[in-house]
Write a protein that binds this ligand. Structure first.
Ligand code: SAM
Length: 248
Protein backbone atom coordinates (compact mmCIF):
# COMPACT_ATOMS: atom_id res chain seq x y z
CA UNK A 1 0.00 0.00 0.00
CA UNK A 2 1.35 3.43 -0.87
CA UNK A 3 0.97 5.85 1.98
CA UNK A 4 1.75 9.52 1.72
CA UNK A 5 -0.41 12.43 2.69
CA UNK A 6 -0.84 13.63 -0.88
CA UNK A 7 -0.73 10.55 -2.97
CA UNK A 8 -4.45 9.81 -2.97
CA UNK A 9 -4.78 12.87 -5.21
CA UNK A 10 -1.86 11.87 -7.46
CA UNK A 11 -1.55 8.08 -7.31
CA UNK A 12 1.70 6.69 -8.58
CA UNK A 13 3.12 10.12 -9.46
CA UNK A 14 6.25 11.84 -8.20
CA UNK A 15 5.46 13.37 -4.86
CA UNK A 16 5.67 17.18 -4.86
CA UNK A 17 6.04 18.19 -1.22
CA UNK A 18 3.79 21.12 -0.46
CA UNK A 19 1.94 20.09 2.65
CA UNK A 20 -0.23 22.64 4.43
CA UNK A 21 0.46 23.29 8.14
CA UNK A 22 -2.41 21.07 9.28
CA UNK A 23 -0.84 18.11 7.48
CA UNK A 24 2.51 18.86 9.07
CA UNK A 25 0.77 18.80 12.46
CA UNK A 26 -0.46 15.30 11.57
CA UNK A 27 3.10 14.26 10.64
CA UNK A 28 4.33 15.33 14.06
CA UNK A 29 1.37 14.01 16.06
CA UNK A 30 1.23 10.57 14.46
CA UNK A 31 4.98 10.03 14.48
CA UNK A 32 5.32 11.06 18.11
CA UNK A 33 2.31 8.95 19.10
CA UNK A 34 3.96 5.96 17.44
CA UNK A 35 7.08 6.40 19.56
CA UNK A 36 5.24 7.27 22.77
CA UNK A 37 3.05 4.17 22.57
CA UNK A 38 6.17 2.00 22.35
CA UNK A 39 8.47 3.99 24.64
CA UNK A 40 9.32 1.18 27.09
CA UNK A 41 9.91 -1.37 24.34
CA UNK A 42 12.03 1.13 22.34
CA UNK A 43 14.27 1.66 25.36
CA UNK A 44 14.78 -2.07 25.89
CA UNK A 45 15.49 -2.55 22.19
CA UNK A 46 17.95 0.34 21.77
CA UNK A 47 19.61 1.03 25.12
CA UNK A 48 22.59 -1.21 24.23
CA UNK A 49 23.03 0.03 20.65
CA UNK A 50 26.66 0.90 20.10
CA UNK A 51 26.83 4.40 18.61
CA UNK A 52 30.31 5.26 19.96
CA UNK A 53 31.48 5.63 16.34
CA UNK A 54 28.94 8.44 15.90
CA UNK A 55 29.68 10.15 19.20
CA UNK A 56 33.42 10.09 18.39
CA UNK A 57 32.75 11.45 14.90
CA UNK A 58 31.00 14.51 16.36
CA UNK A 59 33.49 15.14 19.16
CA UNK A 60 36.65 14.86 17.08
CA UNK A 61 35.64 17.81 14.89
CA UNK A 62 34.66 20.22 17.67
CA UNK A 63 37.30 22.88 18.25
CA UNK A 64 36.02 24.12 21.62
CA UNK A 65 37.43 23.27 25.02
CA UNK A 66 35.64 20.63 27.12
CA UNK A 67 33.19 20.45 28.74
CA UNK A 68 31.33 20.89 25.46
CA UNK A 69 27.74 22.04 25.20
CA UNK A 70 25.97 19.41 23.08
CA UNK A 71 22.35 19.34 21.90
CA UNK A 72 21.07 15.77 21.49
CA UNK A 73 18.37 16.45 18.89
CA UNK A 74 15.65 13.79 19.21
CA UNK A 75 17.34 12.23 22.22
CA UNK A 76 14.73 9.48 22.67
CA UNK A 77 14.99 7.80 26.09
CA UNK A 78 18.44 9.24 26.81
CA UNK A 79 21.11 6.63 26.00
CA UNK A 80 23.42 9.13 24.28
CA UNK A 81 22.77 11.96 26.74
CA UNK A 82 24.11 9.64 29.44
CA UNK A 83 27.13 8.79 27.26
CA UNK A 84 28.02 12.46 26.61
CA UNK A 85 27.63 13.19 30.31
CA UNK A 86 29.87 10.24 31.25
CA UNK A 87 32.52 11.78 28.98
CA UNK A 88 32.38 14.96 31.07
CA UNK A 89 30.38 17.14 28.65
CA UNK A 90 27.24 19.25 29.17
CA UNK A 91 24.55 17.67 26.99
CA UNK A 92 20.97 18.93 26.71
CA UNK A 93 18.25 16.79 25.17
CA UNK A 94 15.49 17.86 22.81
CA UNK A 95 12.58 15.48 22.34
CA UNK A 96 8.94 15.67 21.23
CA UNK A 97 7.63 12.54 22.91
CA UNK A 98 6.68 13.25 26.53
CA UNK A 99 7.38 9.67 27.74
CA UNK A 100 10.81 9.71 26.05
CA UNK A 101 11.62 13.14 27.52
CA UNK A 102 10.78 11.88 31.02
CA UNK A 103 12.83 8.70 30.51
CA UNK A 104 15.76 10.71 29.16
CA UNK A 105 15.78 12.95 32.24
CA UNK A 106 15.68 9.89 34.49
CA UNK A 107 18.35 7.93 32.59
CA UNK A 108 20.81 10.80 32.16
CA UNK A 109 20.07 13.42 34.82
CA UNK A 110 20.25 15.98 32.00
CA UNK A 111 17.96 18.84 31.11
CA UNK A 112 15.59 17.80 28.30
CA UNK A 113 13.53 20.30 26.30
CA UNK A 114 10.19 18.99 25.11
CA UNK A 115 9.92 20.50 21.64
CA UNK A 116 8.59 19.67 18.16
CA UNK A 117 11.25 19.57 15.43
CA UNK A 118 8.86 21.60 13.28
CA UNK A 119 8.32 24.34 15.90
CA UNK A 120 11.73 24.78 17.49
CA UNK A 121 12.60 27.45 20.03
CA UNK A 122 16.38 27.36 20.28
CA UNK A 123 18.86 29.79 21.79
CA UNK A 124 21.22 31.45 19.35
CA UNK A 125 24.89 30.43 19.24
CA UNK A 126 24.73 28.18 22.31
CA UNK A 127 26.02 24.75 21.22
CA UNK A 128 29.48 23.46 20.33
CA UNK A 129 27.84 20.46 18.66
CA UNK A 130 24.46 19.02 17.70
CA UNK A 131 24.01 15.25 17.70
CA UNK A 132 21.07 14.21 15.52
CA UNK A 133 21.20 10.43 15.70
CA UNK A 134 18.33 8.84 13.77
CA UNK A 135 16.15 11.92 14.12
CA UNK A 136 16.41 14.38 11.19
CA UNK A 137 14.87 11.88 8.77
CA UNK A 138 11.55 12.58 10.51
CA UNK A 139 11.59 16.16 9.18
CA UNK A 140 9.61 16.41 5.92
CA UNK A 141 11.97 17.60 3.19
CA UNK A 142 9.88 20.69 2.50
CA UNK A 143 10.64 21.82 6.07
CA UNK A 144 14.26 20.64 6.16
CA UNK A 145 15.87 23.89 4.90
CA UNK A 146 14.12 25.86 7.67
CA UNK A 147 14.97 23.32 10.40
CA UNK A 148 18.62 23.10 9.30
CA UNK A 149 18.79 26.90 9.36
CA UNK A 150 17.48 26.89 12.94
CA UNK A 151 20.04 24.26 13.98
CA UNK A 152 22.81 26.26 12.30
CA UNK A 153 21.75 29.39 14.22
CA UNK A 154 21.86 27.44 17.51
CA UNK A 155 25.51 26.46 16.93
CA UNK A 156 28.47 28.56 18.02
CA UNK A 157 30.70 29.87 15.20
CA UNK A 158 32.41 26.85 13.65
CA UNK A 159 30.08 24.49 15.54
CA UNK A 160 29.51 20.94 14.30
CA UNK A 161 26.35 19.05 13.31
CA UNK A 162 26.32 15.24 13.26
CA UNK A 163 23.45 13.40 11.54
CA UNK A 164 22.79 9.73 11.00
CA UNK A 165 19.75 8.73 8.97
CA UNK A 166 18.43 5.67 7.19
CA UNK A 167 19.33 6.24 3.54
CA UNK A 168 17.09 5.76 0.52
CA UNK A 169 16.37 7.00 -2.99
CA UNK A 170 14.82 10.32 -2.00
CA UNK A 171 11.61 8.56 -1.11
CA UNK A 172 9.39 10.10 1.53
CA UNK A 173 6.15 9.37 3.34
CA UNK A 174 4.60 7.09 5.94
CA UNK A 175 6.55 4.00 6.87
CA UNK A 176 5.12 1.70 9.54
CA UNK A 177 3.33 4.50 11.41
CA UNK A 178 6.15 7.06 11.26
CA UNK A 179 6.78 9.78 8.69
CA UNK A 180 10.25 9.65 7.16
CA UNK A 181 12.36 11.14 4.36
CA UNK A 182 15.06 8.81 3.05
CA UNK A 183 17.76 10.79 1.25
CA UNK A 184 20.60 9.76 -1.01
CA UNK A 185 24.02 11.13 -0.08
CA UNK A 186 23.75 13.58 -2.97
CA UNK A 187 20.37 14.87 -1.84
CA UNK A 188 21.50 15.13 1.78
CA UNK A 189 24.58 17.11 0.71
CA UNK A 190 22.41 19.46 -1.30
CA UNK A 191 20.26 20.28 1.72
CA UNK A 192 23.23 20.75 4.05
CA UNK A 193 25.26 22.85 1.64
CA UNK A 194 22.25 25.03 0.90
CA UNK A 195 21.91 25.58 4.66
CA UNK A 196 25.55 26.77 4.84
CA UNK A 197 27.22 23.70 6.30
CA UNK A 198 30.45 22.25 4.93
CA UNK A 199 31.04 18.51 4.93
CA UNK A 200 33.71 17.13 7.26
CA UNK A 201 33.18 13.41 6.69
CA UNK A 202 30.58 10.76 5.98
CA UNK A 203 30.39 7.01 6.36
CA UNK A 204 27.87 4.18 6.30
CA UNK A 205 26.82 1.94 9.17
CA UNK A 206 27.04 -0.62 10.66
CA UNK A 207 30.83 -0.62 10.18
CA UNK A 208 32.64 -3.49 8.52
CA UNK A 209 29.82 -4.63 6.21
CA UNK A 210 29.33 -4.37 2.44
CA UNK A 211 27.53 -1.15 1.40
CA UNK A 212 24.29 -2.96 0.59
CA UNK A 213 24.15 -4.10 4.22
CA UNK A 214 24.74 -0.59 5.60
CA UNK A 215 21.36 1.17 5.72
CA UNK A 216 22.59 4.16 7.76
CA UNK A 217 24.29 7.25 6.32
CA UNK A 218 26.25 9.19 8.96
CA UNK A 219 27.63 12.62 8.13
CA UNK A 220 29.39 15.43 9.99
CA UNK A 221 29.16 19.12 9.06
CA UNK A 222 30.69 22.40 10.17
CA UNK A 223 28.68 25.59 10.33
CA UNK A 224 30.07 28.05 7.81
CA UNK A 225 30.72 31.37 9.50
CA UNK A 226 29.14 33.37 6.72
CA UNK A 227 25.71 32.25 5.60
CA UNK A 228 25.79 31.26 1.93
CA UNK A 229 29.56 30.83 1.98
CA UNK A 230 29.44 27.05 1.55
CA UNK A 231 26.70 26.81 -1.03
CA UNK A 232 28.27 25.10 -4.01
CA UNK A 233 25.79 26.54 -6.48
CA UNK A 234 25.71 23.19 -8.27
CA UNK A 235 22.68 21.86 -6.47
CA UNK A 236 19.32 23.39 -5.72
CA UNK A 237 16.93 21.98 -3.17
CA UNK A 238 14.03 22.74 -5.46
CA UNK A 239 15.50 20.37 -8.07
CA UNK A 240 15.17 17.34 -5.84
CA UNK A 241 12.35 14.97 -6.69
CA UNK A 242 10.60 12.89 -4.06
CA UNK A 243 9.03 9.48 -4.40
CA UNK A 244 6.35 8.18 -2.06
CA UNK A 245 7.39 5.51 0.36
CA UNK A 246 5.78 2.13 -0.05
CA UNK A 247 4.67 1.32 3.47
CA UNK A 248 5.39 -2.15 4.73
C1 SAM B 1 14.59 6.75 15.78
S1 SAM B 1 14.33 7.69 17.26
C2 SAM B 1 16.02 8.07 17.70
C3 SAM B 1 16.18 8.33 19.19
C4 SAM B 1 17.62 8.49 19.66
N1 SAM B 1 18.26 9.62 19.03
C5 SAM B 1 18.41 7.22 19.39
O1 SAM B 1 19.40 7.28 18.64
O2 SAM B 1 18.05 6.18 19.94
C6 SAM B 1 13.70 9.26 16.62
C7 SAM B 1 13.41 10.27 17.71
O3 SAM B 1 12.93 11.48 17.14
C8 SAM B 1 11.80 11.91 17.90
N2 SAM B 1 10.92 12.70 17.02
C9 SAM B 1 10.35 12.30 15.85
N3 SAM B 1 9.63 13.31 15.32
C10 SAM B 1 9.73 14.35 16.17
C11 SAM B 1 9.21 15.68 16.16
N4 SAM B 1 8.44 16.15 15.18
N5 SAM B 1 9.55 16.50 17.18
C12 SAM B 1 10.33 16.06 18.20
N6 SAM B 1 10.84 14.80 18.28
C13 SAM B 1 10.55 13.96 17.26
C14 SAM B 1 11.15 10.64 18.37
O4 SAM B 1 10.28 10.84 19.46
C15 SAM B 1 12.36 9.78 18.71
O5 SAM B 1 12.83 10.01 20.00
Amino acid sequence: MRATLREAAVPGRWFAMTQPPEDLAVVTAKTLAHYSERAAEFWVGTRDHDVKQNIDALLRHIRGTPPLCILDFGCGPGRDLAAFRALGHDPIGLEGSAPFAAMAREHSGCEVWEQDFLALKLPSGRFDGIFANASLFHVPSQELPRVLGELRAALKPGGVLFASNPRGNNDEGWNRGRYGAYHTLESWRTFLEAASFEELEHYYRPPGLPLEQQPWLASVWRKCDVQGECTSGQHHVADLRRQPVVAS
